[in-house]
Design a protein around this ligand. Structure first.
Ligand code: NAD
Length: 253
């Protein structure tokens, strides 16, 4: 990690009156949640078609077996890391307006972030596709797949976006508004390959925002809109950035 880039990024954040964060799967890697792409990515082990809406509707048991393993047995026990804690602490101090996240792991909220626009939904919510009743993972008997609604018998689906589904309207509108108003964006751990989510940092840039990118590797954003690229692990970089910005060590519970 380059200390000069950290210093420059901290200067940008100090001057910004409206900073937002845009996060991807990379922010949760230090929590033990693998990303989709790249080394040890989820798609090295699982077939992406299990998360296609059409496949799920026709083969709910096969889809649900993968969903259970990935999102409830495995993701379900993950804990927020320092990168999530830094963003939550910045929001608490009035240094960050919101987080726009592509993640569905609930780790921003677990760390204490309040204004989180979940572009792709949240695995901690499940919904009956027939009567639209909502459930929490504790309400579901994962030994009997696929799960059906106790009220109407409809098929239950996690309330995150499968391939082939639209973005939740409220999260989309809130994200567009937040990106349009931002003076600085902290962009963490995203390849920039998933649309339309990846448009949000571009939108902010078009409206004059300065883009600070944190990633272990270069992404599609790096040579297009990034102003300050800080190469390194999200938890380590954001902890340094927080120190540079506030002069204080990050305290976690
Ligand atoms: P991605 O899986 O396509 O790429 C992950 C990015 O994170 C890469 O650019 C990689 O270089 C970077 N990275 C890896 N380790 C890092 C670290 N320690 N610190 C900083 N950066 C690191 O991620 P994406 O662009 O978010 O798109 C994937 C899609 O998959 C999203 O739409 C998201 O909904 C979904 N997804 C979510 C989760 C989750 O909820 N945690 C996990 C996997 C996938």
């Amino acid at each position: 990690m380059d200390p000069i880039q950290i210093q420059k990024a901290a200067d940008v954040l100090r001057k910004s009156r409206n900073t937002i964060a845009f996060t991807g799967a990379g922010i949760s890697v230090e929590s033990g949640v693998p990303p989709f792409r790249g080394e040890n990515g989820i798609w090295e082990k699982y077939d992406p078609k299990t998360l296609e809406l059409g496949f799920f509707m026709n083969n709910p048991t096969a889809s649900w077996k993968v969903i259970r393993e990935l999102f409830y047995n495995y993701f379900g026990t993950a804990k927020s890391n320092n990168a999530h804690f830094v963003l939550a602490e910045m929001e608490k101090r009035g240094l960050l307006k919101c987080v726009i996240t592509q993640n569905i792991d609930n780790l921003h909220q677990q760390a204490g972030s309040v204004v989180v626009h979940e572009f792709h939904g949240n695995s901690q919510n499940l919904v009956c596709l027939s009567c639209h009743r909502y459930f929490k993972p504790d309400d579901i008997d994962f030994d009997k797949l696929p799960p059906y609604c106790g009220d109407c018998g409809g098929l239950i689906k996690p309330d995150f976006i499968f391939f082939g589904e639209g973005i939740p309207m409220e999260a989309y509108q809130n994200s567009v508004e937040a990106a349009g108003r931002a003076e600085a964006v902290i962009l963490v751990g995203s390849t920039g390959e998933v649309m339309p989510a990846a448009q949000m940092p571009y939108l902010a840039k078009q409206n004059g925002a300065t883009i600070i990118e944190v990633n272990t590797e270069m992404s599609k954003f790096t040579n297009t809109i990034t102003d300050h690229f800080i190469q390194g692990k999200a938890g380590e970089v954001l902890t340094e950035l927080f120190f540079s910005l506030t002069g204080e060590e990050l305290k976690t519970k």
